[in-house]
Design a protein around this ligand. Structure first.
Ligand code: NAP
Length: 260
């Protein structure tokens, strides 16, 4: 029997967890899920998990070689562009094949009032000078950018509380983890008298309800555009990633049968 294909999944997303579930218990694959360590209590995973940065491109090359990894799936979040750049560079140097699981971005629908900006800093500026009630549906790392627009009242929803230094003065934290429900999002925006939202174009369903709620209430959304992410072979879902891995497993198995 052919030996298991050794895989590294770069995770931190629902798709990476879905892929881990699909690979768990499959004897053709020996997969490790890598998390950055941003959340202190990550959800338990059904495959081997490692936590923390690799130490840049050199560190990742060292890891790939040391663990004899044969395939990498970059299933990081659409805004985790540094990890993806490192994955492309390290896989190329270590001669390891790379696939990137790309989540389709949300697109505008009739009634959406989106203003596209390229960074959180630009989003803070785009809120304007008049004090407004603003909902921030962003990661906690982006919150400090809004200190540049201290005239607004902010409600920020985050998985874990941010460190207090450098935050805008009038900011309340709502700690919650998706997926979120459309009716509950509408209630939240109404009860909090939110006038404008700031969001990343995360794609997927887990956090889309706030966009639907904003549309229903006619509220404007400042949409921070996705960064450019270097990529390997593109797959669109965890199932497609498995199909890609199966092709590699068969190629590796037939090479070992031929003694290549
Ligand atoms: P980033 O800016 O692309 O990466 C910064 C550094 O964090 C990387 O250079 C790497 O450190 C480490 N890192 C990132 N992802 C890693 C992983 N899966 N395994 C091991 N190390 C990792 O990433 P980020 O935007 O801070 O996101 C961090 C994590 O949160 C990612 O796993 C991402 O999928 C998840 N996430 C991000 C967002 C977002 O909006 N950015 C939203 C939801 C989830 P070294 O250079 O030391 O290797």
């Amino acid at each position: 029997m052919a030996t298991a294909l050794r895989i590294l999944i770069l995770g931190g997303t629902t798709e990476a967890s879905a892929l881990a579930r699909l690979l768990a218990g499959d004897a053709r694959f020996e997969a490790t899920l890598s998390l950055a360590g941003r959340t202190s209590t990550p959800k338990p995973q059904p495959i081997a998990t490692r936590i923390g940065g690799f130490g840049g491109v050199d560190g990742l090359v060292h890891f790939l070689r040391g663990q004899a990894i044969e395939a990498v799936i970059d299933a990081t979040h659409p805004y985790a562009d540094q990890m993806s750049a490192h994955a492309v560079a390290a896989c190329s140097r270590a001669g390891v094949t790379l696939a990137s699981l790309v989540r389709t971005p949300w697109t505008r629908h009739a009634g959406d009032r989106w203003q596209a900006v390229s960074t959180a800093t630009a989003a803070a500026l785009a809120l304007g000078s008049r004090p407004s009630r603003v909902f921030l549906g962003l990661g906690r790392q982006e919150l400090a950018a809004f200190a540049a627009a201290p005239q607004h009242h902010y409600l920020a929803r985050v998985i874990e509380p941010p460190s207090p230094a450098g935050l805008p003065p009038d900011l309340r934290i709502l700690q919650a983890r998706g997926p979120f429900d459309r009716d509950a999002e509408e209630r939240l925006l109404k009860n909090e008298r939110i006038e404008i939202l700031v969001s990343k174009n995360a794609g997927g369903t887990a956090t889309y309800a706030k966009i639907e709620a904003a549309r229903a209430l006619g509220l404007p959304v400042i949409m921070i555009e996705r960064p450019h992410k270097p990529r390997g072979h593109i797959v669109g879902s965890a199932a497609e990633a498995v199909a890609w891995l199966e092709r590699h497993f068969h190629d590796a198995a037939s090479r070992s049968l031929r003694g290549v």
